[in-house]
Design a binder for this molecule. Structure first.
Ligand SMILES: O=c1ccn([C@@H]2O[C@H](COP(=O)(O)OP(=O)(O)O[C@H]3O[C@H](CO)[C@@H](O)[C@H](O)[C@H]3O)[C@@H](O)[C@H]2O)c(=O)[nH]1
Ligand SMILES: [Mn+2]
Length: 861
């Protein structure tokens, strides 16, 4: 700062001056209290008047008799406990990947929220069309009858039983038992608690029996519709499991099972399609003005969630509260975020930043929407263009489809007034909500759940959840922001909802691959945020954030190139950085140090450890060369060229340890248990995803080894070596987990890296060694084919690999690469790649480790 010495007073005045300037700068964010003195005065006056009236009545009651008594009772009934209705949606898609016990825990926690039950309806969409889900729901409902009163009576916080009971084995709760509030009779609480736990155990057991197949499932009676239903080919199945017919405030919320019609030839649009069916089915049945949606793995963690959401909806201008998103919080977080997928810091920075512009993205779960917004109606009450078209236009059916019942409900939604900030018309929104007899609407519900219902309508384009991206959530949310509306992020303590995050490398990578593919689908389409800013009302800064999110995948290519450069330079004796003694090196060094210090600082600031920071840094590189790369160079282009469809690969959900111990099916038990054992460890499966990073690592290690072997390189400087070393550090999990001793230790998860490590030299040595294309060499194709895991043969990359394989490359007899070309140095890579080529037998077929625990030594040499 100060390069010249100054006297003390000079410095002081300087500081003062700075300070003064700081004070003059406008604050970055500030809360301005709204002055509504008049309103307050009026409210206070009415309250005083009301009290005076009541007192007056009471004092004179004896003089006047019955009429005064009735007047007194009516006047003291100040109706203020009314709240709007909410339809709650849960989606599940696969009983194998999403344990039904998890789904019903989500449902139980939703049904038990602190909100008048007659204002709530819970709809469960089952895209897997499994009778087990229906069966689980029916039994869960029986349990709900005792569980919900228990939760409400004792003010339990966590109302998903698997979580509530997870910490206490057989022991009874203590007086300070978590979640229990207020005064209560302790011995009685203990008795009830014990009973609840036992009943939950029974429920779990019942569900496990059918999941495991120990009790044969009979598709008759209630379940007859499932008898001939195939997961992807069946008519719609809708069951009203519970209907609160009398709208009884002391009863339980409605519970409805929905499995929409699916036909192989008709696209079903995955989750977005399911959400649209739920919107329509709930439209004809309950038509609540607000809709909550959660994934099946996300339970309610704070029983007041709906009240919180309503505070935003009813307390803010409707245009500032189009949807209310509760951030994703995970209950199964692993220590130090080994897969860099918990996104704590990015949420703190990006999420809170967005909240200051047009609001948080819609994250697909834990989110409340206004039905009006989902129907693409303007929020400026009933005189909008869309609305006029809807009510006047003869062709109205083309927008919403041809269900009479749905059109009636849509018209109701349209004419329903929006509660305006500061105006007291909450009652109107409440009374306009129509109460239907659910069971009489089942036929209408079937109609709107048909797979051809959306033909010729604007569902997925203008109304409902938007189609055209695997990340329908980001797309749908962005289009709401493009209407010029804002969203609210709600972060109560304790968090409103809690879900799970993948706890294994491959699961997390598959998820990220789907995300980046979906995000690119948005970026390169007419839904791109740039168009939304130019032609609609997406704010510029919001557009920048969306664009930044959408280009996530693109960074894979520069990252990969930059990671390969050091090795390339070392191998080919060239350089890409200034020499250590050149001053320009300082630029690079400073940039590297400052960037990493800055990110580390923000990790510390948000309570993350050094290891978590390092894990995130490392995983960003690993993801760039795996999931992001595959999304960008394979999934997305193939979809673009129309060669293959992108499939929504549902994330494997590992249920809570205790729930899961016996809930897994025979077939999958092994792999699931492994996932728990290996949680946090970098495991592999036979996915193509692992080829690029393994390759990168090999090339990098080979380069370093080669240079050591040959005693250094004249062109290569310290920078390249350090960079290469840094890359190796980032990809260290691959070294660690592919260590031969570990690989042969016992299990399945080992095979894949084993194969990958053999694949890599097989593919790349011929590429590097260009002089060895001698047709008479031993055919190595057989070997390579053998090494390719079965799964790969069906994947996109196989043709690529096959064409590479066509090049005969090394001599099997000597197990050395053939030929001595210009780049003869490169062939030496082989020496450094891995000692595992010695495992190859004479035919070049890799003897895979015996799954039943063969030792390294027992492998044929
Ligand atoms: O054909 C399908 C596929 C999925 N789902 C459901 O969609 C939800 C999300 O699926 P999941 O495999 O858990 O994906 P994630 O990547 O974990 O989900 C995040 O990202 C998705 C977009 O890629 C959003 O839809 C989700 O809400 C968001 O939580 C689950 O409830 C599924 O049951 C369906 O209903 N039908
Ligand atoms: Mn999920």
């Amino acid at each position: 700062m100060a390069t010249t010495r100054r006297s003390n007073s000079e410095v002081e005045s300087h500081v003062d001056h700075d300070h003064h300037e700081l004070l003059l700068l406008p604050p970055l964010c500030e809360k301005i209290p709204v002055k509504n003195t008049l309103n307050k005065a009026i409210n206070l006056t009415t309250l005083l008047l009301l009290i005076s009236i009541l007192v007056y009545r009471l004092l004179h009651l004896s003089e006047h008799g019955y009429p005064w008594l009735f007047a007194f009772l009516s006047e003291s009934w100040v109706k203020r406990d009314e709240v709007p209705a909410v339809d709650m949606f849960v989606t599940t898609a696969d009983v194998g990947l999403e344990p039904p016990i998890m789904t019903i825990n989500t449902v139980l926690s939703l049904m038990a929220v602190e909100y008048p039950p007659h204002k709530l309806a819970c709809y469960v969409s089952d895209d897997g069309c499994s009778p087990i889900i229906l069966y689980s729901l029916i039994h869960a409902f029986q349990y709900a009858r005792i569980w919900i009163p228990f939760c409400k009576k004792y003010g339990i916080q966590v109302r998903a039983p698997f979580r509530y009971f997870s910490n206490d084995d057989a022991v009874l709760p203590t007086a300070q038992h978590r979640g229990v509030k207020g005064n209560y009779n302790f011995p009685q609480f203990q008795r009830e608690w014990k009973n609840m736990k036992e009943e939950y155990g029974k429920l779990k057991e019942k569900i496990e029996e059918v999941v495991n197949g120990t009790v044969p499932f009979d598709c008759s009676g209630e379940y007859a519709d499932f008898a001939y239903a195939h997961k992807n080919d069946h008519s719609s199945i809708i069951k009203v499991i519970w209907e609160n017919k009398e709208n009884d405030p002391n009863s339980l919320p409605h519970l409805v099972y929905v499995s929409r019609e699916k036909r192989p030839a008709t696209p079903h649009h995955y989750k977005a399609g399911a959400m649209n069916v739920l919107t329509r089915v709930s439209g004809v049945m309950t038509n609540a003005p607000f809709m909550l949606n959660v994934d099946c793995d996300m339970f309610v963690n704070n029983p007041n969630v709906i009240l919180y959401a309503m505070c935003s909806f009813l307390g803010l201008n409707p245009r500032d509260s189009a949807f209310v998103q509760f951030p994703q919080v995970f209950y199964n977080e692993l220590k130090d975020d080994p897969f860099g997928n918990q996104m704590v810091v990015s949420f703190e920075i990006i999420g809170r930043g967005m909240a200051g512009i047009q609001g948080l993205v819609y994250a697909g779960t834990g989110c409340f929407h206004r039905r009006k917004v989902i129907y693409n109606f303007d929020l400026d009450n009933a005189d909008t263009k869309a609305g006029k078209e809807l009510l006047v236009d003869e062709n109205e059916t083309t927008t919403f489809g041809n269900s009479k019942e749905l059109m009636e409900s849509v018209a109701k939604t349209f004419t329903e007034p929006v509660v305006l900030y500061g105006k007291n018309n909450i009652d109107t929104i409440i009374s306009s909500h129509h109460h239907q007899d659910l069971s009489t609407m089942v036929r209408a519900a079937h109609q709107v759940a048909r797979c051809d219902y959306e033909d010729g309508t604007t569902w997925g384009a203008k109304v409902g959840w938007k189609y055209g991206s695997m990340t329908e959530d980001v797309l749908t949310g962005m289009q709401i922001h493009a209407m010029g509306l804002k969203s609210v992020s709600c972060m109560p303590n304790p968090p409103g909802f809690m879900g799970i995050v993948p706890t294994s490398g491959p699961t997390s990578m598959t998820q990220v691959k789907r995300w980046v593919t979906g995000l690119l689908q948005i970026l390169f389409s007419r839904n791109s945020p740039i168009f939304a800013t130019l032609h609609s009302k997406l704010q510029f800064r919001q557009c920048l954030i969306y664009t930044w999110i959408l280009i996530w995948g693109l960074r894979s290519i520069p990252t990969l190139c930059y990671a390969i450069l050091p090795a390339y330079c070392i191998i080919t004796n060239s350089s890409y950085l200034p020499k250590a003694n050149e001053p320009a090196m300082l630029l690079f060094l400073a940039q590297f140090v400052i960037e990493n210090m800055e990110t580390y600082h923000s990790y510390r600031k948000y309570g993350q450890s050094f290891i978590a920071w390092w894990n995130n840094l490392k995983m960003a590189k690993i993801n760039a060369t795996t999931s992001l790369l595959f999304g960008v160079v394979i999934s997305f282009p193939l979809k673009l060229l129309g060669i293959s469809e992108i499939v929504f690969e549902v994330t494997q959900k590992e249920s809570d340890d205790k729930t899961r111990s016996s809930s897994t099916t025979q077939g999958t038990e092994n792999s699931k248990d492994k996932e728990v054992v290996n949680a946090g460890r970098f495991t592999f499966d036979d996915s193509m995803l692992f080829v690029p990073p393994t390759t990168l690592l090999f090339v990098e290690v080979a380069g370093l080894g080669l240079s050591m072997w040959e005693g250094g390189r004249d062109e290569v400087g310290l920078g390249e070596y350090l960079a290469s070393f840094w890359v190796v550090m980032c990809f260290w999990p691959f070294v660690r987990e592919t260590h031969p001793q570990r690989m042969c230790a016992d299990n399945n998860y080992i095979k894949a890296p084993m194969r990958a490590t053999h694949m890599v030299p097989s593919i790349y040595v011929p590429l590097l060694d260009d002089s060895s294309r001698d047709a008479s060499t031993t055919p190595t194709i057989t070997m390579c084919q053998e090494l390719i895991p079965k799964k790969w043969k069906s994947t996109e990359g196989i043709s690529l690999i096959n064409s590479l394989m066509k090049v005969p490359h090394y001599d099997l007899a000597t197990k050395k690469p053939r030929g001595t070309g210009n780049k003869s140095r490169l062939k030496n890579i082989w020496k450094f790649t891995w000692p595992c080529h010695s495992f190859l037998d004479a035919e070049g077929v890799l003897p895979l480790p015996d799954p039943k625990g063969s030792k390294l030594g027992s492998l044929p040499k």
